[in-house]
Ligand binder design. Structure first.
Ligand code: SAM
Length: 287
């Protein structure tokens, strides 16, 4: 594992200090790195995706546990350092992809997708916060081969993923994440766990895909579901009858337990899912 002194040495090799614009806040508490690895349950031979490896503090832990690791890093100076250090030590189990992890808001970097191949994988990462929500939503809805995610992100975002009906944080991303899997707050982190300290609170979150949950067996559905639920939550305080009428241009067949006088943020994830299906059906399905 990397101490703060080692991280600073590696940054010196890279030729620069932490870059704020790239969200470079390095996790320096070794116990927390172990906590994230333990929560993920990754073991020898597992394929793991790490976005934003930085100097490789978490990457070392994954490699020491015998995982095959695919990393994607935007900072080319850090990519060079990773190639000269971990890349040389683990040539057979580490693939380093250089570039932005996202190709637009809703797709992963193509080279990264190719490097992952068809095997199932799990993401373990201290994510760049600006990319966390689009990366996680893309993996949840468009990459069924992603079996889980164990990540450090903004605490506020963990609260949005885990929120239930009636809460202010409840929204489209809560519904999608909870319909498709189980969300868990692993632990909250103080800014001092990072160097330099970020200006926001952080937390570690776990999510494991569960195909037996609501509508879980139909991967193509989730892209539409995600879009419809986010659209509905844009009018969270309005009566659903009017909101739905604007979207479909007419009525929907209200699922049992719902009706035009409900507000979307008062419905459980299962009921929101049902309303989204009804909206999709009224729009003529996916054909
Ligand atoms: N994994 C390291 C750790 O745990 O200390 C560093 C994590 S730091 C929060 C985020 C990392 O993501 C930085 O190394 C940054 O350069 C990288 N990064 C930022 N934006 C990125 C993007 N769009 N795609 C890939 N990597 C990115």
């Amino acid at each position: 594992m990397q101490s703060l002194t080692r991280i600073k040495e590696l940054l010196e090799m890279a030729g620069h200090g932490p870059k704020k614009a790239l969200g470079q806040n390095f996790l320096i508490d070794q116990n927390l790195i172990h906590k994230l690895l333990d929560a993920s349950g990754v073991k020898e031979g597992d394929l793991v995706l790490e976005i934003g490896p930085g100097t490789g503090a978490l990457t070392v832990g994954l490699l020491e546990r015998g995982c095959r690791v695919v990393v994607c890093e935007l900072d080319m100076d850090l990519v060079r350092v990773l190639r000269e250090t971990l890349g040389e030590e683990y040539p057979d189990r580490l693939v380093i992809v250089e570039g932005d992890c996202l190709a637009g808001k809703k797709a992963l970097n193509l080279e990264l997708v190719e490097a992952l191949g068809d095997d199932g994988f799990c993401m373990v990462a201290n994510l760049p916060y600006h990319a966390a929500t689009p990366v996680m939503m893309t993996l949840m809805t468009r990459h069924a081969e992603c079996s889980g995610m164990f990540v450090t992100i903004q605490k506020e975002v963990v609260e949005r993923f885990s929120a239930g009906s009636g809460s202010k944080a409840y929204g489209g991303i809560s519904v999608v994440a909870q319909c498709l899997g189980e969300v868990k707050m692993i632990t909250k982190l103080k800014p001092g766990c990072f160097w330099p300290s970020p200006g926001v609170e952080s937390a570690m979150m776990g999510w494991r895909r569960d195909v037996d949950l609501v509508g879980g067996g139909d991967p193509e559905w989730w892209v539409s579901m995600s879009e419809i639920s986010q659209l509905l939550f844009q009018s969270r305080r309005k009566k659903l009858g009017g909101v739905v009428k604007k979207i479909v241009g007419g009525e929907i067949e209200w699922p049992e337990g719902t009706g035009p006088d409900d507000r979307i943020d008062g419905l459980s994830v299962e009921l929101v899912h049902g309303v989204c299906r009804a909206v999709e059906d009224a729009n003529g399905g996916r054909g």
